[in-house]
Design a protein around this ligand. Structure first.
Ligand SMILES: *[C@@H]1O[C@H](CO)[C@@H](O)[C@H](O)[C@H]1NC(C)=O
Ligand SMILES: *[C@@H]1O[C@H](CO)[C@@H](O)[C@H](O)[C@H]1NC(C)=O
Length: 549
């Protein structure tokens, strides 16, 4: 039905965008340039990533002071931001390159972004991906005949005893490829990294695999994976390690805090946790500062040296088992029915793993005594962390929200920009029972909350509920958190001040979505702040307390 509307409202959309164009002229070149940057930053291929400028974790301001509204971005944030911008720009370029003709480009882009926007929450069920011709294969296994596909190292067959061997690589997923080499596997680094399986029974074959969790991104390096029948056809081993190895790639959207977890750390857990630390990581595009930031996680994933595969010259590393590639089927979560973790691991297990990695003390939040014996006003008050954003999607009346939360019985801390080390920050987050924030990458910090804690996501105006659900709502529930959503009404949005109640931006968010992802990104995500109506918000605080009883 919305597809039909799409054509019907196209004329309206044109006038919508032409009215914007005239306002662009009003704002001048500088603002136009900023908007283009915003558009590039916020546009992603499949995920409606939370596009926070607060890319890293925030610092705790212990004084409960409300910092000034305008801050300079910190160094980490800026690095992350420009990286993200660049990667997303590359993505954008990649997409336009795959489009059939220049004339169609605008329409196509609008169409595909709109499809992505609409499909995102349900794309897994539908099995349709904008950018992949392979999705259908996943859902039509009969195409593959009798061959059994194992998604993630699930194959435990002894290669030499199986007559009908399965292919090493599965490239049928839209998001990522995965290869499992069982037996005599040899990895050679350098610019043209190659992993070779020596097996008399495997047909000689070769694949080019980008071992990253979003293979469709531009700028990724490929690794050659091949099978050869004779040992003479493979390079001779110079080192032999009797544990499995995993070839993974960093880069991509790594550097955006949400993508750090969604694209790397969770897929890594899915692929490698089963080895209980007895696995060697061979990393393409190794980013040493990034690995250092998450070193506590890496050191739990693998007890062995991390190999920079790009620089691993003159060495042939041999293993009994090598997995090339990693990924997850959904965003920022594990779906045990789709992701093969090799041990039934869930997001609850992932957060337990994080608590173990960072030696975090709290597995459970506070348990409030039922009303009558003091309730929330008892000796210990539940601790609430409010995430502060300093660019887009600011909480304009933060002081009022703090006051209301304190009146409801919470001990409130406002978290600003990074100051503490990441490890200290993780510990700090774990000390809270409630996290509250406007949709954005900062909410990624909820991974450090105790199981059963409460996450409150404030969703800005403009039909962003699906994005909010996919990026944080569903993942939070999968982590065993209590999840509450507060949707911003038009009256609570700064866009109301900008456009007025009769503008399509306020009156008809669906038409805005139809007019393209760029408009959603620029305005609803990029140029909106929120002013929470405290009377409307108060019941949410009561709900939070109820969850903690
Ligand atoms: C999936 O895509 C195919 C071809 O692109 C289309 O025919 C089909 O209707 C789509 N399915 C759904 C559920 O959208
Ligand atoms: C995953 O977490 C659940 C709940 O805490 C626990 O019962 C289960 O044993 C964990 N699974 C693994 C494989 O550790």
């Amino acid at each position: 039905m919305r597809r039909g509307e799409s054509r019907g409202t196209r004329g309206a959309n044109r006038s919508l965008s032409s009215s914007w164009k005239s306002s662009y002229i009003g704002y001048g070149l500088v603002v136009g340039f900023v908007l283009v940057l915003l558009y590039l930053m916020v546009t992603t291929q499949f995920s409606n990533s939370p596009t926070a400028y607060l890319a890293g974790p925030a610092t705790i301001s212990k004084t409960k002071q409300i910092p000034a509204a305008t801050h300079q971005e910190n160094h980490a944030g800026r690095e992350d931001g420009s990286r993200e911008m660049e990667e997303r720009y590359r993505e954008e370029v990649a997409r336009t390159h795959t489009e059939p003709s220049k004339g169609q480009r605008q329409e196509e882009k609008v169409e595909s972004e709109q499809l992505r926007e609409e499909r995102n929450p349900i794309e897994e069920q539908l099995g349709n991906e904008t950018n992949s011709g392979n999705w259908e294969d996943t859902h039509q296994p009969e195409k593959k005949g009798t061959i059994e596909f194992s998604e993630f190292g699930g194959g435990t067959d002894d290669f030499n005893n199986v007559a009908n061997t399965k292919p090493i690589c599965d490239t049928s997923f839209g998001k990522y490829d995965i290869c499992v080499l069982d037996g005599d596997a040899r990895a050679q680094g350098g610019a043209a990294a190659t992993v070779t399986l020596v097996s008399p029974r495997a047909a000689p074959r070769e694949w080019k695999i980008k071992p990253y969790s979003r293979k469709y991104l531009d700028g990724l390096k490929a690794v050659t994976v091949k099978s050869v029948p004779n040992p003479e056809d493979a390079p001779q081993c110079t080192t032999q390690l009797n544990v499995p190895a995993m070839v993974i790639e960093l880069g991509g959207l790594t550097g955006n805090y949400w993508h750090d977890f969604t694209d790397v750390l969770i897929p890594l857990f899915i692929g490698a946790r089963r080895f209980s630390g007895e696995v060697q990581l061979l990393v393409v595009n190794l980013l040493p500062f990034w690995v250092h930031k998450y070193r506590k996680i890496f050191s739990q994933i693998s007890r062995h040296e991390i190999i920079d595969l790009d620089k691993d010259h003159g060495v042939v590393r041999c293993y009994p088992h090598v997995v090339v590639g990693y990924g997850s089927r959904k965003e920022f979560t594990i779906d045990p029915s789709l992701d093969d973790t090799g041990g039934g691991y869930t997001m609850v297990n992932f957060t337990e793993f994080l608590r173990h990695s960072y030696s975090l003390p709290r597995d459970r939040p506070i348990k409030l005594i039922s009303q009558g014996t003091g309730g929330a006003a008892g000796l210990t008050r539940p601790r609430m962390m409010i995430l502060e954003r300093t660019n887009s999607r600011k909480l304009m009346n933060l002081p009022e929200v703090v006051t209301a939360a304190e009146a409801a019985g919470f001990e409130v801390t406002v978290a600003g920009r990074p100051r503490a080390s990441y490890d200290e920050f993780a510990r700090e987050v774990n000390s809270f029972d409630v996290m509250l924030g406007v949709h954005g990458a900062g909410l990624t910090n909820c991974v450090f909350l105790p199981t059963g804690a409460v996450l409150v996501q404030i969703v800005p105006y403009g039909r962003l509920e699906n994005i909010a659900q996919t990026d944080f709502g569903d993942p939070a529930r999968d982590m065993g958190l209590r999840y509450i959503e507060y949707g911003i009404a038009a009256e609570e949005s700064s866009l109301m001040d900008v456009f007025g109640k009769d503008h399509p931006m306020i009156k008809d968010p669906i038409a805005v979505h139809m007019s393209g992802w760029g408009n959603v990104a620029e305005w609803y995500l990029g140029k909106q702040d929120v002013r929470v109506n405290i009377d409307r918000f108060r019941p949410i605080l009561i709900q939070v307390l109820e969850h903690l009883r």
